[in-house]
Design a protein around this ligand. Structure first.
Ligand code: DAH
Length: 345
């Protein structure tokens, strides 16, 4: 009976299995090929009596769709299997390039300053950023109510006053001089890098937070000639052998005599240009012989010991070294600015 054989074929089609393309193709030919089962059955269908045609027709259609769906799903299964057997990513390939950060120019310059002075025997000293009036001013010979205190606009900590001693953000790293002297007798040879704070409007040339490096050398028989030679050594290491220095008389409460030091312009080598305002010189630091009052206030015998001190702005030095025109760029974290220093790694 045609009806029974169609039903058998439907069952057979449902159970079809194949693991290769060829096997699927063979199954397709067996059922749907020219001389296949379907055509054979359609030929027989012609002889089916009228009253059975409808039922058999439906069964024939069911067989056809069953076969077609089975073949499609077998094909899909093989395609998936092939996909999963494809060779995995090449694990020996270099990974995506991870861009490393760069060291901030201020850090680079600070480290370079530390490096240079450490070669002539200086060690690094530290002090707190939240300081008191004594270490920032009084111990450094700033008399009370003296206008010298106005030289630096100070951020005071509200209600921070203790025993008549104001608490404030240090305005300079010179406070580390006092911190060091109170702990240790000479010989003292330190540099103190750190952050300082001043109540200043932010502009291309000024900021309320910036960085300094302080230097202090106290021993028996330290002279102004030692100061000059140490600074000359520093400048030649930092800016190159050809760089000249010049000292101009100045005033700081904690040094006597005091001076400001200029270096020959790093851009025009002293010829005169916009950067040095056509003077050929650029100011880079303040310095002087430690005032005997400072030694005495900090428990060091000024009849036995003498010393020199200096203080410089890290931003200023980095500006000269890298030709940075606007101080604010150091603090904005603009990746386009910072990326320019990646070679300094
Ligand atoms: N503390 C000074 C300032 O912030 C810089 C300075 C000048 C430091 C002379 C010194 C020095 O040690 O001797 O402007």
């Amino acid at each position: 009976m045609i009806k029974d054989s169609i039903k058998e074929y439907i069952e057979k089609a449902k159970k079809l299995s194949a693991s290769t393309k060829e096997e699927i193709e063979n199954a397709r030919i067996e059922f749907l090929g020219k001389k296949g089962v379907m055509n054979e059955l359609f030929a027989q269908f012609k002889t089916v009596p009228n009253e059975e045609r409808k039922e058999i027709g439906i069964l024939l259609n069911e067989l056809k769709t069953t076969v077609q769906e089975k073949i499609d799903s077998l094909k899909e299964a093989i395609a998936e299997k092939q996909e999963s057997m494809k060779p995995k990513e090449d694990l020996t390939k270099p990974s995506n390039i991870v861009s490393l950060g760069s060291i901030h120019p201020l850090t680079t310059v600070r480290n370079e300053i530390i490096d240079i002075f450490s070669r002539i025997g200086y060690t690094v000293a530290e002090g707190p950023e939240i300081e008191d009036d004594w270490h920032v001013f009084s111990a450094l010979n700033f008399p009370p109510e003296h206008p010298a205190r106005d030289m630096q606009d100070t951020f005071f900590v509200e209600n921070g006053r203790q025993d008549g001693n104001d608490v404030l953000l240090r305005t300079h790293t010179s406070s580390v001089q006092a911190r060091t002297m109170e702990k240790k007798q000479p010989p003292i040879r330190i540099i103190a890098p750190g952050r300082v704070f001043r109540n200043e409007a932010i502009s291309a040339r000024a900021h309320c937070i910036f960085h300094q490096v302080e230097g202090l050398y106290i021993d028996k028989g330290v002279s102004f000639a030692d100061l000059k030679q140490s600074l000359l050594y520093f400048v030649k290491e930092m800016f190159g052998e050809q760089t000249q220095i010049r000292l101009r008389p100045s005033y700081f409460p904690f040094t006597e005599p005091s001076a400001e030091m200029d270096i020959s312009c790093t851009i025009c080598q002293g010829e005169g240009c916009n950067i040095c305002k056509h003077t050929g010189w650029l100011e880079i630091l303040g310095c002087g012989m430690v005032d005997p009052n400072v030694l005495e206030a900090n428990g060091i015998d000024s009849k036995v010991y003498s010393g020199f001190a200096f203080g410089m702005g890290v931003e200023r030095i980095a500006m000269l070294k890298y030709d940075v025109k606007d101080l604010r760029q150091y603090f904005e974290n603009d990746i386009r600015f910072l990326n320019q220093f990646s070679s300094t790694f």
